[in-house]
Design a protein around this ligand. Structure first.
Ligand code: COA
Length: 331
């Protein structure tokens, strides 16, 4: 919550980029043993976007960032810090944020990546909020960008139907009214094995056998994650809203990380909100884009007029780590 003398911080520009290529459930039927009916009923996903072979995470991130700069009516030179939330960086190092910073032509501002999977946009907002409210920086660019198709095992029907590629971006700055009212973050490293990419890091460096063993793809225990996701996202929503004295009714729209429509409906039920009226969904079009999901969802909710001035919205995300985060914003 904002204290005396602290600046009010809000989102002053939003942008997105989705690759052109659409991969439908019908297309997936030709790749793995699945059906459109199963994917739609079990996940809510109808299609997802897939980046081109020569399109890396930074390429999508830059496009989303330019879109957000245009929306905020700012120039790259107005940005004081670049944060990229991603688990699919262009390469381990340098940071994708440095690659993006260079492509935006702002070569002296600080830039770093955060690796907290699907919660990355929440963590990015939280960091930006701190830097701005204490007067260190004026404008912070938070990009959430993922090329999940690059770590997807296209022979594993239990995961390949879920993921998609894309990028969303937000510019945070000082606002006169409203803005970020509360931020709640959490993590539980004891459950890291539920969703990970085993090889390629210092624990199991890349070898011919790690490639042959398909260890450079994401591995997921879907059932167990599902249970944690429902419980943790509902709890995170409560932890972010309760200190403000807000109940489900006071929230105009919940814009969650889009992992599975059944998870989101169960979270809405626990929060006591009507999903038809107060739950923003675009999972049908994009699947799970990890960190990019909630950034793109917020951008589209605003573009579609679902978020109006004066509305109190809740962003809520959960992902590998485990990590989670929820943010309440008065628009
Ligand atoms: N098409 C058809 N059948 C499939 C399938 C597919 N794409 N994927 C799995 N199945 C099968 C399984 O093999 C299993 O068959 P069996 O009963 O013969 O063994 C059956 O469907 C049920 O599998 P299960 O894993 O229990 O399904 P589910 O209802 O839990 O749905 C997920 C699977 C992955 C959609 C669901 O667990 C989920 O969304 N989990 C959370 C994912 C998540 O949030 N991940 C990221 C965190 S940000």
């Amino acid at each position: 919550m904002t204290k005396m003398n602290e600046k009010k911080v809000g989102i002053i520009g939003l942008g997105k980029y989705l690759p052109e290529h659409r991969l439908s459930n019908k297309d997936l039927e030709k790749i793995v043993d699945t059906t459109d009916e199963w994917i739609t009923a079990r996940t809510g996903i109808k299609e997802r976007r897939i980046a081109a072979d020569n399109e890396a995470t930074s390429d999508m991130a830059v496009k989303a960032a330019k879109n957000a700069l245009e929306n905020a009516k700012l120039n790259p030179g107005d940005i004081d810090l670049v944060i990229v939330a991603t688990i699919t960086p262009d390469m381990f190092f340098p940071a994708t944020a440095c690659i993006v910073q260079n492509k935006l032509g702002i070569n002296s501002v600080p830039a770093f990546d955060i690796s907290v999977a699907c919660s990355g946009f929440m963590y990015g907002i939280a960091i930006a909020n701190q830097f701005i409210k204490t007067g260190v920086y004026k404008h912070v660019l938070v990009i959430a960008a993922e090329k999940m198709s690059s770590v997807t095992d296209w022979t594993d029907r239990s995961t390949c139907v879920l993921m998609g590629d894309g990028a969303g971006a937000a510019i945070l700055g000082e606002v006169k009214d409203g803005g970020i009212l509360s931020v709640y973050l959490g993590a539980d490293g004891s459950k890291g094995d539920l969703l990970n990419m085993p090889a390629g890091g210092s624990r199991i460096p890349a070898t011919v056998s790690t490639v042959e063993g398909r260890l450079h793809f994401l591995k997921m225990q879907g059932n167990e994650l599902f249970r944690h996701a429902v419980k943790i996202m509902a709890e995170a929503a409560m932890k972010a809203t309760e200190p403000l004295g807000l109940k489900g009714d006071d929230i105009s729209l919940v814009i969650p990380h889009q992992a599975n429509i059944r998870i989101l409906n169960a979270v809405a039920k626990r929060m006591g909100i009507d999903p038809a009226k107060k739950l923003y969904l675009n999972i049908e079009k994009y699947g799970n884009m990890s960190a990019a999901s909630s950034a793109v969802a917020l951008t589209e909710a605003v573009e579609e007029g679902r978020v109006k001035k004066g509305d109190t919205i809740l962003l809520d995300a959960f992902g590998a780590g485990l990590t989670w985060g929820a943010v309440v914003i008065k628009w």
